[in-house]
Design a protein around this ligand. Structure first.
Ligand SMILES: [Mg+2]
Length: 395
């Protein structure tokens, strides 16, 4: 049976994350400055809210919101893999600062939340802030870079954020700042509107976007390396007998089009491709049985499923001691600490590539945590694997 696989993470390895980071910054900017939400007055270089933006305006918004990408590095450094969570935490931090300012003016924490305490009316909160804080309130985008998060990693960051709310706000804050809360879903929806644009958003979600007229950053996606180099590398690995798989946080509808336009989609084994949709489906099936588990990386589920394909069911894949691949038969290629943690857990050999956001700064971390190799980018993989001792791929 064919069993020797190389499973690739996508963003930072084959595809770039630039468009996702732009979408995340625009979602934060919209929630802060659109009259539909907080409706704050933009200051400095930030433009007023609108849906048609020039590349220079998008770059300027990202530069301010993410503080020349220091915020991206900060959030990723705390083991957060999803760019939806990046937008959610960045906006959430500003919300905490605003609620603190309102608490100092004596406003109660129940003034702006619904009865269930899990959603907030941002437009109403914006109006309250204009009344309570004459002169207006301004976001401090660099404040998130302080040491508030301590050792918190991944999902713990949102809980840490809720704990920083002033006393009267904390109870509803825990629900509001939970992942998959109505606020989290709002942030994700706005992110998706910017990323997909109006037409694709309607097509994928079968609903209208909250604001019409967004063009879609997906059309600006570019591969991380010249396509010819990526193609030649993958074809070489196929010739040598490896099966190529994918484990990505992207949904299928955001993975297949860019890989098809690069002409490399067909090179991957369909049964070895795991996307956000598979993770979401497995999470739902477990939830129906009363188990709430986040199966995205750093959980090993995406890599295990890409390796075992349809052979193992969800229950087997999440068991405390899932079946391990034979030594040397499963290689994982990733650019982030979340990839390395998941690869180690599932028993795969990890190749860290330095083509992701952290660049060469990722090298010491990969080396410290037991990566089998650290390579500049994926084009170095065929040569590395040909030099490694161990089983050659068998069909
Ligand atoms: Mg990545």
């Amino acid at each position: 049976m064919r069993r020797s696989k190389i499973i690739f993470d996508m963003d930072g390895v084959i595809t770039g994350e630039e468009c996702y980071w732009n979408a995340a910054s625009l979602a934060v900017w919209e929630l802060l400055f659109s009259p539909l939400y907080l409706g704050l007055e933009p200051a400095g270089e930030l433009p007023r809210f609108k849906t048609a933006l020039t590349p220079a305006e998008i770059a300027s918004i990202r530069k301010t919101v993410f503080q020349e990408d220091k915020v991206i590095a900060f959030v990723k450094g705390h083991g957060v893999n999803s760019n939806w969570d990046l937008a959610f935490l960045t906006f959430g931090y500003q919300l905490v600062l605003l609620l603190k300012a309102l608490a100092e003016k004596g406003l109660k924490g129940t003034a702006w939340s619904n009865e269930a305490g899990d959603a907030m009316d941002l437009e109403y909160l914006g109006a309250l802030s204009r009344r309570a804080l004459p002169g207006g309130w301004r976001p401090s985008f660099d404040a998130i870079l302080s040491s508030w998060a301590g050792e918190a990693r991944g999902a713990e960051l949102a809980r840490e954020l809720a704990s920083r709310l002033p006393g009267g706000y904390r109870k509803c804050g825990e629900q509001i700042f939970a992942y998959f809360s109505p606020l989290w879903e709002k942030v994700r929806d706005i992110f998706q509107e910017w990323y997909l644009g109006e037409e694709k958003y309607r097509e994928f979600y079968c609903r209208k976007p909250s604001v019409p007229g967004k063009r879609g950053l997906i059309y600006d996606e570019k591969p991380l390396l010249p396509v010819e180099k990526i193609t030649a590398t993958l074809k070489k690995l196929l010739q040598e007998g490896w099966i190529l798989g994918i484990a990505t946080g992207r949904p299928l509808n955001e993975l297949q089009p860019p890989l098809e336009s690069m002409g490399i989609w067909e090179l991957f084994d369909p049964d070895s491709i795991v996307t956000f949709d598979d993770v979401e489906k497995a999470e739902h099936s477990l939830k129906a049985k009363g188990k709430t588990i986040c199966l995205g990386k750093p959980h090993p589920f995406p890599f295990l499923k890409a390796y075992w394909g349809r052979e193992l069911g969800v229950e087997e894949l999440i068991s405390p001691a899932p079946r391990k691949p034979e030594p040397g038969r499963c290689w994982i290629v990733g650019d982030s600490p979340a990839d390395l943690a998941a690869a180690r857990e599932m028993g795969g050999c990890f190749i860290g590539v330095l083509s992701g956001h952290s660049g060469i700064a990722a090298r010491p971390l990969f080396e410290k945590d037991g990566a089998a190799a650290v390579l500049p980018d994926l084009t170095f993989i065929p040569r590395y694997l040909s030099e490694v001792d161990g089983p050659t791929p068998k069909r």
